[in-house]
Design a protein around this ligand. Structure first.
Ligand SMILES: [Zn+2]
Length: 242
C-alpha cells in the first residue's frame, strides 16, 4: 500500500503540473489576442484621425477654390468698371465688387480656422503615430515571448499526459475512482496524518484509524475532508521505535 501511496503522490504531482499547463494553454492565447487587440484599436484611432484630416483638407480646398474664383470675379469686374458709361451701372458693379470682397474676407477667416484644425490634427497624428510604433513594437515583443512559452507548453503537454497514463497503469484500479473523485472536489488528494491529526483539514483522527494509517493496510480517507491519509516515512519510523 505504501507503494500505491507513492504512485498517488506522483499522480497528484503530474495532475497539478497538467493543470498548470492547461491554464497556460488557455491563458497565453488570450494574452496574445489582447495585445493584438490593443495594436488594432490604436491603429483604428489613428486611421480615424487621418480620414478626419482628409475631410478637413477637402473643406479647405473648397474654401480656397471659392476664394480664388471670387478674386477672379473681382478682377474682371474691376476691369469692367473702366468700360461702364452710366453712373448707375458703375455704382451697381462697385457694390457687387464690395460685396464679393466682403464675402472673400469671411471665407478667408473660415479658411484660417480650417488650416488651424488641420495643423492641430497633424500634430496629433504625428504623436499618435509615434505612440503606435512604440506600442506595436512593445506588444510584438511580448507576443513573441508568449508565443514561445505557448510552444513550450504545447511540447510539454502530451508527454505529461502520457506520464499520467503510465502512473494510472501502476495504480490499483479500485483506487483510481477514489482519487479522481477527491481530485475533482479538492484539487488535492493526499494529506499527511501527523499526531493523530489530518494536516489537510486539521481535524483529529480517531486513534484506531491513525494506527491503521501507520500500518497502511488499506486506503483510508479523512472522515472530514475525504483526502487519502498517509504518514511520512519519518513518523512511521518514529512509530516503530515507539
Ligand atoms: Zn482531513
Amino acid at each position: 500500500m505504501r507503494e500505491q501511496i507513492s504512485v498517488l503522490e506522483a499522480l497528484q504531482q503530474i495532475d497539478m503540473e497538467l493543470n498548470e499547463l492547461e491554464t497556460h494553454l488557455k491563458e497565453y492565447p488570450d494574452k496574445i489576442s489582447a495585445l493584438e487587440d490593443e495594436i488594432r484599436s490604436s491603429k483604428e484611432i489613428l486611421e480615424n484621425l487621418i480620414s478626419q484630416k482628409d475631410e478637413f483638407i477637402k473643406v479647405r480646398s473648397g474654401f480656397e477654390n471659392e476664394i480664388s474664383q471670387n478674386q477672379e470675379n473681382i478682377k474682371k469686374s474691376e476691369e469692367k468698371l473702366f468700360e461702364i458709361k452710366t453712373h448707375k451701372e458703375y455704382q451697381a458693379l462697385q457694390k457687387e465688387i464690395t460685396e464679393t470682397k466682403r464675402l472673400n474676407a469671411e471665407l478667408e477667416d473660415k479658411l484660417l480656422v480650417e488650416m488651424e484644425k488641420i495643423e492641430n490634427l497633424e500634430a496629433e497624428i504625428n504623436q499618435k503615430t509615434e505612440q503606435l510604433e512604440k506600442k506595436e513594437s512593445e506588444n510584438r515583443e511580448k507576443i513573441d515571448e508568449y508565443q514561445l512559452e505557448l510552444d513550450e507548453v504545447k511540447v510539454a503537454y502530451e508527454p505529461k499526459k502520457h506520464e499520467k497514463e503510465e502512473k494510472i497503469q501502476a495504480l490499483d484500479p479500485e483506487i483510481l475512482p477514489i482519487y479522481e473523485k477527491i481530485m475533482k472536489k479538492n484539487g488535492e488528494v493526499l494529506a499527511v496524518a501527523k499526531n493523530e491529526m489530518c494536516t489537510g483539514c486539521y481535524m483529529n483522527i480517531p486513534a484506531q484509524m491513525f494506527n491503521e494509517i501507520l500500518t497502511l493496510t488499506r486506503i483510508i480517507q479523512c472522515p472530514n475532508c475525504q483526502k487519502i491519509l498517509y504518514c511520512k516515512e519519518e513518523s512511521n519510523s518514529e512509530a516503530k521505535t515507539a
